[in-house]
Design a protein around this ligand. Structure first.
Ligand code: ASP
Length: 405
């Protein structure tokens, strides 16, 4: 028997029907022992996520305005799920605690976390699993940074007493007892931390898509699903804007070499996308795993005769960027040229200063800018085995009459 941690996102738990689908998925595989739910998400276009309602209730309460109607909307949402599922639980005492906490300013993060908390209580009851409050084991340091040692140790210890449990996503506890959340979409991180803590064999992340797409579906119609992708490939694609998973969720499981399987709650028979540390490249491996692109970049072109033989030239350029607090994306270079690819908005209003400072510190012959650039990432471990991929990519770009750098 292996051990699976399964995280279900907000769309997977948006209403009673979605809860039923989740229960069916959990029951189908007894290895799914630790379940991490999000708060109910949108049921239809224009609907409001429970987390957003909670933020709204908090803002109203902190301004001294009437937050009770918003709290009532949230209560009705949970109560209708409970009634529809025919469960015998009464969350009124919990609602009362939330009301009192909002009146006494228990904090924005506390308010936001209650969506996952209540969702977890309902799901645990529905599937007959133990409910474990994440505040018991997910811990932050005084500075607000995540405390991995405490979290891994306590989560493993607490869960060792329960063969099956539901642990709400998105939040943990500060040393002083207050609740703190991860950034938005952070239930993915909780799922990843629980996976790592219990040394699970697999982290399933259930959402509302069949997996990662090879390319952006708004640009390429009928883009295919990526069946398998390495963490490194995924990192490159998500850096370019392709997102399904919270970025910080990747690190804990990647470090432990545990695979992630992205699955679709609304289409559970689809195998989804498997994210792995590495895999053997063979003839079935696609040449390109994925394509992504991002606009809004500039290049600083620095030219100096005999640059290639000048020791420390690059360091001088990078020191200027460091002092200006600028991070760069790429550093293509030639014999007498060095180029720095940088996000255009980071250097807005700073260009003249940069030209002056780089020239002064490097004694470059010329420093110039090019704007309106896009970066395209063509990612794939399969490319190593075949020749001509770069030629095909550049030909496609030329055919569209774009220039490339
Ligand atoms: N409910 C939180 C959010 O809407 C966290 C999550 O869903 O992962 O951001």
């Amino acid at each position: 028997m292996s051990l699976i941690v399964a995280k279900f996102g907000g769309s997977s738990l948006a209403d009673a029907n979605q809860f039923r689908k989740v229960a069916k998925i959990v029951k189908e595989n007894p290895d799914r022992r630790y379940i991490v739910p999000s708060a109910p998400g949108k049921r239809f276009d224009g609907d409001i996520k429970v987390t957003d309602l909670l933020y709204n209730a908090y803002e109203l309460a902190s301004e001294g305005d009437d937050f009770l109607p918003v709290l009532e909307t949230i209560e009705q949402r949970f109560d209708s799920i409970i009634a529809d599922l025919g469960l015998n639980i009464d969350l009124k005492p919990e609602y009362e605690k939330i009301r009192i906490a909002l009146e006494s300013d228990a904090g924005r993060d506390y308010a936001a976390s209650r969506g996952e908390y209540l969702s977890g209580i309902i799901l645990a009851e529905l599937i007959g699993y133990h409910f474990m409050d994440a505040a018991k084991c997910i811990r932050f340091n005084e500075t607000g940074s995540f405390n991995s040692d405490f979290t891994f140790e306590k989560t493993a210890e607490h869960l060792s007493h329960y063969e099956r449990a539901v642990i709400p996503g998105f939040y943990g506890r500060m040393p002083n007892g207050t609740i703190k959340t991860f950034s938005r979409g952070g239930s993915d991180i909780t799922g990843s931390l629980v996976t790592r803590a219990v040394c699970a064999d697999l982290y399933e992340n259930w959402t509302d898509v069949d997996g990662f797409l090879v390319s952006d579906p708004r640009i390429i119609k009928n883009a295919k699903i990526i069946k398998k992708i390495t963490y490194k490939e995924l990192r490159e694609l998500s850096y370019m804007g392709a997102t399904v998973l919270h970025e910080d969720a990747i690190f804990p499981v990647h470090q432990a070499g545990i695979p992630i399987n992205i699955r679709n709650t609304n289409n559970p028979s689809a195998p989804g996308t498997m994210i792995v540390s590495e895999y053997k490249v063979d003839e079935t491996t696609p040449i390109i795993t994925g394509l992504a692109g991002k606009k809004g970049f500039s290049i600083i072109n620095i030219e100096k005769a005999m640059m290639n033989s000048e020791i420390g030239f690059g360091k001088k350029v990078l020191s200027v960027l460091e002092r200006e607090g600028l991070c760069f994306e790429h550093l293509p270079s030639g014999i007498d040229t060095m180029s720095v690819v940088i996000e255009s908005k980071a250097i807005e209003g700073k260009k003249e200063d940069l030209v002056y400072t780089i020239k002064r510190e490097t004694l470059a012959d010329s420093v110039s800018f090019e704007d309106d650039l896009a970066l395209i990432a063509v990612v794939g471990v399969g490319m190593r085995k075949v020749t001509g991929t770069a030629a095909k990519v550049l030909t496609a770009i030329s055919k569209k009459k774009y220039s490339y750098a």
